[in-house]
Design a protein around this ligand. Sequence first.
Ligand SMILES: [Zn+2]
Length: 537
Amino acid sequence: MSRTSSESRDIAWLLWSATTPSAAPNFKTALINPDAPRGSTFPPEHKINLVTLWLYKMSDKLELDPLFNKIDELKPQFIERLRQAVAIPSVSSDESLRPKVVAMSEFLVKELKKLGFHDIQSRELGTQPPPVADPNLQLPPIILGRFGNDAKKKTVLVYGHYDVQPALLEDGWNTPPFELTHDKTKDILYGRGSTDDKGPVIGWLNVIEAHNELKWELPVNLVVCFEGMEESGSLGLEELIGREAKQYFNKVDTVCISDNYWLGTSKPVLTYGLRGCNYYQITVNGPGADLHSGIFGGIIAEPMTDLVKVMSQLVDSAGNILVPGVLDMVAPLTDKENALYTDIDFSVEELNAASGSNTALHQKKEDILKHRWRYPSLSLHGIEGAFYGAGAKTVIPAKVIGKFSIRTVPDIDSHKLDQLVFDYVNKKFAELKSPNTLKVELIHDGNYWVSNPFNEAFTAAAKATEHVWNIKPDFTREGGSIPITLTFEQQLKTDVLLLPMGRGDDGAHSINEKLDISNYINGCKTLGGYLHYYGRG
Ligand SMILES: [Zn+2]
């Protein structure tokens, strides 16, 4: 279904020329050859080709008006369903609220039953491993369900989470966080979980309700997987995906996750990449105990001096990683990828607003995005054991542990990166000729993820997004990680699509979390439209 760029350009010219009165004199020329000087003639076979393309373009758009009208009509019910979900304070990190997390899972099961899902399972995951206050604390279940089971249709697995971040009115909320509040002047819904991730989870259910009301058949088989521990490390999910890859999730063709956000506030995006993270620590050991600088200063080797010296050689102030060999592993930028950055809606002003400063290392949009998404970065995080309080304590710390991490990207080999870091840190320490000891180690790592934004799932999502929003989505990546994305891809051996519903300023994890009603309703249309474009593709 992919078009060449010249075909796309022809279509663009054709549409523009046909719909812009001022372009009428150029229409004939534009129709034939967009690059030709005005008034030139063109070969007739090109004309036929364009007519074919025109018909193709028209047939490319699915007739989804009944679905979209039904979603508009059901808006009050959809808001009510989200209100009921937000009213359950399913905070997974608060042990005292665990019954509420379980209540939220029961609410979902009830809704799935009402909508006609089958094979609904509430998978218990056992007790939560330490550290916990209550050793018998049960993990909330993972909810599985199916809608449709037709061997002739493709199967889409949708993932979402029904737990939320903590929220208290005293934190600075303008409205009670667990009461979905409709600001009618701005048409915004406020409430914890509205955008992360109850809005999208309920959105999938709304899509089914709209189909049921229309008596429309779903174009795919749908499998849902909703977890209740995402905000607390997704405990138990990875194991469940591994166990069910060939069982409950057998025959899944693609996975769709709606749990991230637009880059900005006005243009929809599809996300095709996430950076990984390798986290390291360097321990420098010296004297047997903390010492006084008045007695020992100048006559013993100080661990903090060695550590600062080594850490200062990991990265420079312009953000360049100084560990040799790291950049050599980064995948070269192709013309095709490079072209994706040009149209993306972003600016240095948005970065400055987000960081609350004028400290950007890059001024051009493309450079900022590339350095956030497709190049590695090294950040120094802290030093354990160092004096950090106010005042002027004259201590010489006996042992200090420096922490830093590297955000990883294709094609960095995680183990090779570890070796490069270890060798470099050890070499820099050896150059100091210090009698102290140094140990460098990896604390944890999570791999990067990158998908093909031109594959079937992304193409279907792009068509659905354009159909709903009348604008082509930006293809974005994120600087952070959603580890479960890679787990799904590897265990199920399928593509994963990240299809966000909310905007970049929704305040997930923050106070006054919100979801614009336009994003909620158009988001439902986009999710539904995606199933149709994917099912047909
Ligand atoms: Zn989330």
